[in-house]
Structures are given as structure tokens and as C-alpha cells.
Design a protein around this ligand. Structure first.
Ligand code: HEM
Length: 461
């Protein structure tokens, strides 16, 4: 049983019914006041127990933020390395591909040249007016609460299409124990997304523990195995990345590369689903509304060579489903896959592009800043988000490909990337792919359980 009262609701819900959202990145100016701010904000925080709430508030912290709040050093030392180091540590930037056009030095927030980020406030409401109403009293308390806004990320009404024009938010893992149903291969043990529960190895995912005497009031749950107090239980990690999309550049390239062919068909090969959502493995020849949200498919049996959905397509490499070694097409393969799942919670930002005009070639670049505020929930950043980003999405050698990074979001070498489309009698290679997505900011956050927030707010010296 999951402790729904203690888990922040974003873990179990994407709030599709709350069309408006804002993410406020905060710096801590006065630690004692900031601890009070956290304590005062707790009653407003939406828990996983709230069914379809009318508004939602969440609070998350970076490792720098936890240190600023003066948590015991033993606890800080127990944080996972990738979280403690942060997304912009040089070794991580190489792993994540945050170089060249995505270099951290040029980031708008979260980078080495911008103000440190300590906290993240996520606000959701049904429309822009309701969002303002929700935000106003909380934001009015920043100064008294010892925190200052470093940067804010506004989002576009959620809709169901991302900016390139493809239906998004279809495929998600299902957290076991929540009573939701779906294809068995998507049901993943809670410990992959919430700390303190068994994960896909049957173990508890590493989490920050602390000596019992650092929590004399026993605000936190006790870890049965060690007797230590568990700061991690019911918490998880958020990966937040601002991914800027060059929508005119994408459609210009696809139009030219398609030649006499259909640009939408080529773009769909790159995504692995049609704009309406139908997966290419189920609808290889044309978009098909009947398959718009289909998600019960695999690749190994129906399409082992990628004749329908290319091996390098975005969805096939960000979740290879049953095509992983050992023994593709078996339960063993799916078991490996389950250790690298991500719950996506991102939202797009910036006004939509005129896709009709871009596809037909009657519009050119509009110079508008738009993209995706990518957010994912995972209990182990290194094994889940970083692994997917590095070994699947970012690797040009993914699944025995030779030189194909993700055609939609991957980083390519300066002379352009390659996208291979298996076809008969010979495969087709699209070359010279420019980069369509650039990283403009990012950070790793701890999304604590409610008791952990209460503890963090009560640390005294
Ligand atoms: C601007 C950047 C991105 C765009 C435009 C984009 C677009 C899409 C689209 C259209 C889908 C198919 C709809 C769906 O299955 O929900 C999808 C699926 C997915 N994407 Fe992305 N994506 C982006 C970035 C990322 C990143 C950075 C990651 C992870 C590192 C990622 C991981 C996934 C995963 C795991 C799926 C589900 C695949 C499946 O289960 O079949 N995406 N994305």
C-alpha cells in the first residue's frame, strides 16, 4: 500500500485537467525564514490522496537547497552522487550531451553562469486567471519567507500535442499498487517512482537516511532495517530541463529531405508515432484515429528489423519495450526495460507555430522561443533519466545503429546526423540532420514526502 497522504500528488497525476501551470525557481536568501516558508506552505501542497484537485501546489529542492537549509551533514553525504553533484557538473554534462548548442554556460537558468537554484515551486490551475489567483498569495510571501525568485517558467495550455505537432503524453508507466490498470508490461513497481518501496530489483532504492538523534521529535518514518530515520520515504526526484524546439527548422528539414514524398510520413518515422498518436508498428501506412492512444504493443515480434517503426525513432529508443537483450520478445526483455522507465510530467511553453504553413513551405522561421519544459519523475536519476538520455536517446550506436542519435531530440555532429529507415530492397538514410532541440536550462530536484518537508522545515540549530 502506498502512503498517499505523504506523497506529493505530481507523482501519481499529470493534472491534464489543469490547463495552466507555472514553475517558479527560487533561491534561498535566509535559511531560517525559508524553513518557515516551507512549513507554512505544507498545508497548500497537494498530496497523492487528493483525487482530481481543482488546483495543485508542489515544492521540490535541489541538493544546494538542502545544504542551504542546513540539513545534517551525514544526511547530505548520503544523497546520490548525481543529485548531489547536480545536472551541470562537467562530467554529467558530457553524459547528458549538454555541450555545443546546449552548453550549460549559455543556459538561461540552472547553469554555472546564472544564480543558484535552491527550490522549485510548481503551481497548477484550471486557467490563467485561476493560476494568478493561486500564485499571488504564495508569491507575496517570498520575501518574508527568505526566498527570492531566480527565474520563472511559464507554460502553454497543455492541449495534447507538442510543438512539432505530435500527440504527446500517451505512453506512461503505471505505478503498481495504485489500482490503475493497463497493459501488464507498463505496470512498474512503486519503488521505481517513489522512495521507500520495493523497486524492479525487489530492493529499496537508495535514499537519504539520517541518524535517529537528528530527528528527536520523530517527524520522519523509521527505516526498519537500520533504525535510521528515513528522509527519502514517499519522496522522489524530478528532472527538469528546458528543451527549446526549432519547429520551423524541423519542418524545413523534413520537407526538403522528403523530396517528392510526404513530409508528415518522414517526420512520423522520426517520432515513431503519427501526429494523431497512432504507433507506426500498428499503423505503418497512415495515421489512424482508431489507434491514437494505442500502447499495448511491442517491437520484437511484429517489427524486429524496424520496417514499420525505425529502430532509431524517438519512441522506440526512449522506451524499447520488448526489444532489449537478453531474448527480445520475452518477459526477460520487458523486465530489463522496467528498470529504465520515466514518468513524464512536462509541459510545453511558448506560442504554437503555424504547422500547416510550415509543412506546406509557405512559412519560414518565426524566431519564436518555444519548446518543452521536460519534467520526469524517477526514484534513481542515474539508472532512469540519465541512462535513457545517454544510452538510448543520445547514443549514436543505440541498438546496433552506426551513427544515429535520436532524430528528433538528439545531438548530432557539426556536419549533421544520420537517420536510418529500414526499407526494401535497401534501407534509406537521411543525412545532414541538424539539431532541432537545444537545452536552455535544467536542474535535478528532490520532491520530498510531506513528513520529510515538515522535517526540513523544522531543522533547528
Ligand atoms: C522537445 C523534446 C521532446 C519532444 C518533442 C518529445 C516528443 C515525444 C512524442 C511526440 C512522444 C510520443 C507520445 C507518447 O508516447 O506519449 C514521446 C514519447 C516519449 N518520450 Fe519524448 N520528446 C521529447 C523529449 C524527451 C526526452 C528528453 C526524453 C527522455 C530522456 C523523452 C522520453 C520519452 C519517452 C520515455 C516516451 C514514451 C515512449 C514510449 O513509451 O513508447 N522524450 N516524446
Amino acid at each position: 500500500m502506498l502512503d498517499l497522504d505523504d506523497i506529493q500528488g505530481l507523482v501519481v497525476r499529470g493534472y491534464a485537467h489543469l490547463q495552466a501551470a507555472r514553475y517558479v525557481l527560487l533561491g534561498i536568501r535566509d535559511p531560517a525564514a525559508a524553513r518557515r516558508f516551507i512549513t507554512d506552505t505544507i498545508p497548500a501542497i497537494t498530496t497523492a490522496a487528493a483525487g482530481g484537485p481543482g488546483r495543485a501546489v508542489h515544492l521540490a529542492l535541489t541538493a544546494a537547497g538542502l545544504a542551504r537549509l542546513e540539513l545534517p551533514s551525514a544526511t547530505l553525504a548520503g544523497l546520490p552522487a548525481e543529485f548531489a553533484e547536480g545536472m551541470v557538473a562537467p562530467a554529467r554534462s558530457r553524459v547528458l550531451g549538454d555541450v555545443d548548442g546546449s552548453a550549460t554556460e549559455a543556459w538561461a537558468w540552472g547553469g554555472p553562469a546564472t544564480d543558484p537554484i535552491d527550490m522549485l515551486l510548481l503551481l497548477y490551475a484550471k486557467d490563467g486567471g485561476a493560476l494568478e489567483e493561486l500564485a499571488r498569495p504564495i508569491e507575496a510571501g517570498f520575501e518574508r519567507g527568505g526566498v527570492a525568485e531566480v527565474h520563472r517558467l511559464e507554460t502553454e495550455a497543455i492541449g495534447n500535442r507538442e510543438h512539432f505537432g505530435f500527440r504527446d503524453g500517451i505512453s506512461q508507466p503505471i505505478i503498481a499498487g495504485l489500482g490503475r490498470t493497463g497493459p501488464a508490461e507498463h505496470i512498474v513497481r512503486a519503488g521505481e517512482f517513489v522512495l521507500g518501496y520495493p523497486n524492479e530489483y525487489g530492493l529499496l532504492t537508495d535514499r537519504p537516511l539520517m541518524p535517529a538523534d537528528a530527528d528527536a521529535a520523530a517527524v520522519l518514518p523509521t527505516d526498519a532495517a537500520t533504525g535510521e530515520h528515513d528522509l527519502g520515504r514517499n519522496g522522489t526526484y524530478l528532472v527538469v530541463r528546458q528543451l527549446q524546439q526549432d519547429v520551423p527548422g524541423f519542418w524545413r528539414f523534413v520537407r526538403e529531405a522528403a523530396g517528392d514524398g510526404d513530409p508528415v510520413a518522414l517526420a512520423s518515422k522520426m517520432v515513431g508515432r503519427w501526429p494523431g498518436g497512432a504507433p507506426l508498428v500498428e499503423a505503418p501506412d497512415a495515421d489512424d484515429p482508431a489507434h491514437a492512444t494505442a500502447n499495448g504493443f511491442g517491437y520484437a515480434h511484429i517489427d524486429p528489423a524496424g520496417m514499420r517503426c525505425p529502430i532509431g525513432a524517438h519512441v522506440r529508443r526512449s522506451n524499447p519495450r520488448d526489444s532489449l537483450d537478453p531474448r527480445p520478445g520475452t518477459a526477460d526483455s520487458i523486465a530489463v526495460n522496467r528498470r529504465h522507465r520515466l514518468l513524464r510530467r512536462g509541459r510545453k511553453y511558448g506560442p504554437p507555430a503555424d504547422l500547416e504553413a510550415l509543412r506546406s513551405g509557405t512559412a519560414v522561421a518565426d524566431g519564436v522561443d518555444r519548446g518543452l519544459h521536460f519534467i520526469c519523475v524517477n526514484a534513481n536519476i542515474a539508472r532512469q533519466f540519465e541512462f535513457v538520455q545517454r544510452a538510448w536517446v543520445g547514443s549514436p550506436k543505440f541498438a546496433a545503429l552506426y551513427d544515429d542519435a535520436d532524430p528528433l531530440i538528439g545531438r548530432h555532429h557539426p556536419q549533421g546526423g544520420t537517420f536510418t529507415i529500414p526499407e526494401r530492397p535497401v534501407r534509406r538514410r537521411v543525412t545532414g540532420l541538424p539539431q532541432f532541440v537545444a537545452v536552455r536550462g535544467g536542474a535535478y530536484f528532490f520532491l520530498p514526502g510531506i513528513r520529510a518537508l515538515r522535517y526540513i522545515g523544522s531543522v533547528s540549530h
